[in-house]
Design a binder for this molecule. Sequence first.
Ligand SMILES: Cc1ncc(COP(=O)(O)O)c(C=O)c1O
Length: 352
Amino acid sequence: MSNIEQLVRDNVRKLTPYQSARRIGGKGDVWLNANEYPEATAYQLTEQTLNRYPECQPVKVIERYAAYAGVKPQQVLVSRGADEGIELLMRAFCEPGKDAVLYCPPTYGMYSVSAETLGVERRTVPATADWQLDIPAIERALDGVKLLYVCSPNNPTGNLINPDDIRTLLDMTAGRALVVVDEAYIEFCPQASVVSWLKQYPNLVVLRTLSKAFALAGLRCGFTLASEEIIGILLKVIAPYPLSTPVADIAAQALTEAGISTMRKRVESLNARRDRLQQQLKECGDVTMTYGSETNYLLFKLTDSERVFKALWDKGIILRDQNKQPGLQGCLRISIGTQRECDAVIDALKAL
Ligand SMILES: Cc1ncc(COP(=O)(O)O)c(C=O)c1O
């Protein structure tokens, strides 16, 4: 171990960093591994005051997001992506070495990585066979848990979590823990949002992002929605200037009425393309199963997923391998690209 290595915190030395799509690499021209929107919208910067520090919580962005989500501005926190929201909650609520966070694999990887980075215990309760919450097992595992992360729709499986189970969880944890519902993909199934429950459940937190349906993954802008009290606590631990002036400028534009209406049109055509792609995947010889999805990606199972993943990779088509996730042996995840990209995948699969 080098001198520097000896100085590193124990948990960081042992940490496997999040394998983001960009870190994994690949030399593709068809990028379908990060659940991004496949086409960019052009924006013009309108704020030129880069000599000044930005607002910590840019008022226009907060007000517009609050109006869009149907909550009070005091119930909104804006951060560098939903990922920062995931971590801020742990920093504010979990004592390293004492408290735990709970989540239900297979699910989004950052709940684990953030907890590990901060030295907070990770308690996992595997999802049931149909990727729902195992409520009795969660109840048995609650001791010392301060935060429960529920991803709905879930990444990478694409399904919604049963709302009755989320209510059960909120009741079960009332006064003891917060239930954080990660709605990163909710624009693809807006009727399923639990944001209106914030009035009723003081222990509910909702995470959102501009990275998916708003087509702004490169902007790094996400939201935490919760009671005024919880938002006030998170404001104590957030960086003084989390969003740069250009980020706030573009986020405010994306959240105008016109921006929201463009997003909704995008969702409509993407959902139709996703359903067509699912149909076509079913007709490919190597595909043994496709799973329903409420998101901008599909999970599917193959007879030999490693061979197919590699063959597509070599053709410059980059998907996400889910083999190592619990219960997802033989599965790949594909983000819904442009029609041309979806056609390229189907052609490549049929040619194998
Ligand atoms: C379920 C889920 N939550 C949060 C995020 C992070 O979103 P952001 O880009 O806003 O950090 C992602 C990104 O893929 C995600 O899939």
